[in-house]
Design a protein. Structure first.
Length: 81
């Protein structure tokens, strides 16, 4: 499965389109003390991705690489973009 990690920016969407086809778009939302500025664009990013017909998953995570790796394992990830 080819998964694109999308931080909710226009540049990440452009990168996804360059690596087409993508099986799944994933938006990782980490719990940090300060709010992530990319979350301001979350609604628009999801709306734009829906227009590309890429399935989207949003996942809220705590800190830590292990949590992120486990998400990719559960999704059966072969490639990450």
């Amino acid at each position: 499965m080819r998964i694109a990690v999308l931080p909710c920016s226009k540049d990440s969407l452009y990168a996804v389109l360059k690596t087409w086809p993508i099986d799944l778009g994933i938006i990782l939302i980490y719990d940090f003390p300060r709010p992530n500025p990319h979350l301001l664009n979350l609604d628009k990013s999801v709306e734009t991705l829906c227009n590309t017909e890429i399935p989207i998953v949003t996942v809220r995570l705590g800190r830590g690489r292990d949590e992120t790796v486990n998400v990719f394992r559960k999704l059966g990830t072969d490639e990450v973009y």
